[in-house]
Ligand binder design. Structure first.
Ligand SMILES: Nc1ncnc2c1ncn2[C@@H]1O[C@H](COP(=O)(O)OP(=O)(O)OP(=O)(O)O)[C@@H](O)[C@H]1O
Ligand SMILES: Cc1cn([C@H]2C[C@H](O)[C@@H](COP(=O)(O)O)O2)c(=O)[nH]c1=O
Length: 725
């Protein structure tokens, strides 16, 4: 679901509202940094280190309070107040409160300003489309420049003086943003209020823990900055933000061969170790660099879980919780001295102690995540990590691709000959059977092409027996499973697919070798290249001309399967298994874009068909297909409905020799009085597949009548041409 903000695009795309979004968010972030620094400073002045930590924790918690207001209450409020008025009003009030901190130099006033800033942030975030980090990074950059300039002129302590002018600057930015939003008539659809994009940003606990460690790293920089002063703090914040942004954008390229839950767990463990590292080092640039790396790990983990690659408000809240915990544990004042050897010792201050506690917690949580987030636990993790930088799809695609140029005929790899071989792939419940029927109807009705609809496992009589062994009860052990799927495929290709292709038919198979690579390879965690080799050998290298991957979220697919009835043991595999399967299909498609089409299968079945049909049209146009003629002379006895009924349905029979491509013909229902075309339909599929649902039947009916109208028009044209001659 993409949010639609009809009257504005405050996502930073440009224009008045884009500028408004940048100013509002940038001003808000700057104000938050100023208030945090002031809270720490005043706390420190009043009661030393412990008071400083507590005052910073309290001020951050107060700023977070408005986020606890239920979404429904906010929605009601926004329905009453026009959005642009709310934004402009909040910007003015919060801006004035933050500016006043330069005059009212007391910690309670900072708390008031933090509360008003929190209200402002809640309203502005609800009104902005993007959750981009650019404004935050720009503010941190400004903060670095401001404090560094002050420190260069007046020494390290003077860095804090910059706060007196950074506070009004943040207010000016916020108020200017509010004015722009007002002028641009910034609106907000009430039902989008408080929603992060597509509701997808809820972090799982391991991601939340990683992001919390980023917060801990950043907040601790207030103390660990040592000689760096305010500029050191700002530099740390900036690097952490840049790290997060980098992690969000590069996550997909990080260890592409590693399952995403395992990646998230490794990010958490690494972030934990680095947080401990911040406690050990004292030098400001090392603290900043480590914070940047932890930020990168947090961004990588967040994007590994959230395809939107936008930090959500809940992620910010997690960072806040991590930071708050670090402050509170540090305020406990735990300290000590660790003798590493006779020469090396480590003096642990309260912040180091807090970072040590949180880092160890992070590492332990990461190990738990490694054990529970991936259903394979630690099985094969070493091999997977070793091969993790090789994109799985590419190596396997290379293995299957090498079959393309085998030899000429029976084992000709990717054919250059007749027919069109279409494979439908995707998870269980993605809609392959539904779409196979719709594509067959389209090919038959629109293009007059004889179509064989088949499936794996179970496309032949032998295959039906293998399907039973594979899918009934608990199935068979993994290696036997891989071999039996390959055996079914080998038989299927030799006895049904190749003969039909040689006869110029279009063959639509519901699953092919990619299913083995995805289910046995990625799902079962077997050697994917071996599985691909097995299928390549079994099929003598026959690849589909085009593979359509029906991509649907495994949760939605599970819902569809649930509606359908009892599930087999593969369908009942855990969600993570199905996520790996989905990812492998996508990897395979990405590695060979000329031969794959990925279709979002979450929409209405008719829309999905329309997308597939559009993608297949060039393949159909380029294929050497037998259009509208009988597949072969009927063999064997044919039952007739009347003495002059000579219509046939042609079905390939089990061949008796490798080049035997005979078919069996059986009568079909006439669709119109002059319907003399024949179709090739593989019987087991139609016998065993589910009945077409009424809504799909309507759609097929529409296709049929459209095709009938086109046929009549063509006929009229042909007659006219003959008359003219
Ligand atoms: N686009 C769609 N939207 C909603 N429901 C759908 C859609 N396509 C198919 N369905 C329904 O989802 C269920 C599964 O569809 P279908 O059998 O076509 O999927 P499949 O990919 O062949 O599943 P499997 O691999 O498990 O055989 C059926 O009940 C079907 O009616
Ligand atoms: C071809 C093939 C299939 N599978 C799995 C995938 C499904 O769970 C079942 C087939 O059921 P469907 O309802 O016909 O889709 O078998 C597999 O694991 N490996 C394969 O090669």
């Amino acid at each position: 679901m993409k949010p639609t903000n009809a009257t504005s695009d405050p996502s930073g795309a440009g224009g008045v509202s884009g500028t408004a979004g940048m100013l509002l968010a940038g001003g808000g972030w700057l104000a938050l940094m100023v208030l945090a620094a002031l809270a720490y400073r005043f706390g420190h002045a009043g009661g030393g280190f412990r008071a400083a930590n507590l005052s910073l924790a309290v001020v951050l918690a107060i700023a977070a309070l408005p986020w606890l207001v239920p979404r429904v209450t906010l929605r009601k409020a926004v329905q009453r107040i026009e959005m642009r008025r709310a934004v402009a009003g909040a910007a003015i009030i919060a801006g004035l409160a933050v500016t006043a901190t330069s005059v009212v130099q007391h910690v309670w006033w900072i708390a008031v300003a933090a509360l008003l800033l929190g209200v402002y942030g809640r309203i502005v975030v609800a009104g902005r489309r993007g959750r981009r980090l650019r404004p935050a990074m720009a503010s941190a950059g400004l903060y670095v420049i401001g404090t560094l300039a002050a420190q260069l002129v007046g020494g390290v302590a003077a860095g804090a003086d910059a706060l007196t002018w950074l506070a009004p600057v943040s207010a000016i930015l916020m108020i200017a943003g509010g004015v722009c939003a007002f002028a641009a008539r910034w609106q907000l659809s009430a039902d989008k209020f408080g929603m992060t994009q597509g509701g997808k940003t809820t972090p799982i606990w391991a991601v939340a823990a990683t992001v919390a460690l980023v917060g801990a790293a950043v907040v601790s920089s207030q103390v660990e900055s040592g000689a760096g002063g305010q500029a050191g703090v700002a530099f740390t914040v900036l690097l952490a933000l840049c790290g997060i942004a980098l992690g969000l954008t590069t996550s997909a390229r990080v260890m592409p061969g590693l399952s995403r839950p395992r990646l998230i767990a490794l990010c958490l463990i690494s972030a934990g170790v680095m947080v401990i590292g911040i406690g050990v080092v004292t030098e400001v640039t090392a603290v900043a660099a480590l914070s940047g790396l932890i930020g990168w790990l947090g961004g990588t983990a967040a994007a590994a879980q959230d395809a939107e690659r936008q930090p959500g408000t809940r992620s910010v809240a997690c960072a806040g919780v991590g930071g708050g915990l670090a402050l509170l544990v540090a305020a406990g004042g735990m300290s000590g001295r660790a003798e590493v050897s006779s020469h090396v010792s480590w003096t642990i201050g309260p912040t180091d102690g807090a970072l040590l506690v949180l880092g160890v917690l992070g590492v332990v949580t990461g190990i738990v995540a490694l054990l529970v987030l991936d259903d394979r636990r630690l099985r094969g993790i070493g091999t997977e990590i070793a091969a993790a930088w090789k994109p799985a799809g590419r190596t396997v695609a290379a293995a299957t691709d090498s079959g393309r140029h085998d030899d000429g005929d029976a084992s000709d790899g990717h054919r250059s000959g007749r027919g069109l071989f279409i494979a439908l792939e995707g998870g269980d419940g993605a809609g392959k059977s539904t779409q196979a029927a719709a594509i067959a109807a389209w090919l038959e009705e629109r293009h007059g092409v004889g179509v064989v609809v088949t499936r794996e496992p179970g496309g032949t009589e032998t295959g039906v027996k293998l399907r039973d062994v594979l899918l009934s009860d608990g199935g068979v052990p993994p290696r036997a499973e891989a071999l039996l799927f390959a055996a079914d495929r080998g038989h299927h290709v030799d006895t049904l697919i190749r003969p039909a292709l040689r006869a110029g038919r279009a063959v639509i198979t519901d699953r092919y070798m990619d299913s083995s690579i995805a289910y046995q390879g990625a799902g079962r965690d077997s050697d994917s290249e071996m599985i691909a080799d097995l299928s390549r050998w079994a099929t003598a290298g026959l690849l589909a001309d085009v593979t359509v991957v029906l991509d649907v979220d495994p949760v939605e697919a599970a819902r569809r399967r649930g509606d359908r009835g009892p599930q087999d043991h593969l369908e009942k595999e855990p969600a993570e298994f199905h996520r790996r399967v989905r990812q492998r299909f996508l990897d395979l498609a990405a590695a060979d874009p000329d031969r794959y089409v990925v279709v979002d299968a979450s929409g209405d079945p008719a829309d999905v068909t329309a997308t597939i049909v559009e993608a297949l049209t060039p393949f159909v146009a380029a294929a050497d297909l037998d259009r509208g003629e009988p597949l072969a002379e009927p063999v064997g006895p044919v039952e007739r409905e009347s003495p002059d009924d000579d219509r046939t349905r042609a079905v390939p029979v089990e061949p008796e020799s490798p080049d035997d491509d005979r078919t069996r013909a059986v009568p079909v229902e006439p669709e119109s009085p002059d319907d003399d075309r024949t179709r090739v339909i593989r019987e087991p599929v139609h016998v065993e597949s589910e009945p077409i649902k009424p809504e799909h039947a309507d759609y097929l009916e529409r296709l049929r009548s459209q095709a009938e109208a086109e046929r009549r028009a063509r006929e009229r044209l042909r007659r006219q041409r003959e008359e003219n001659r």
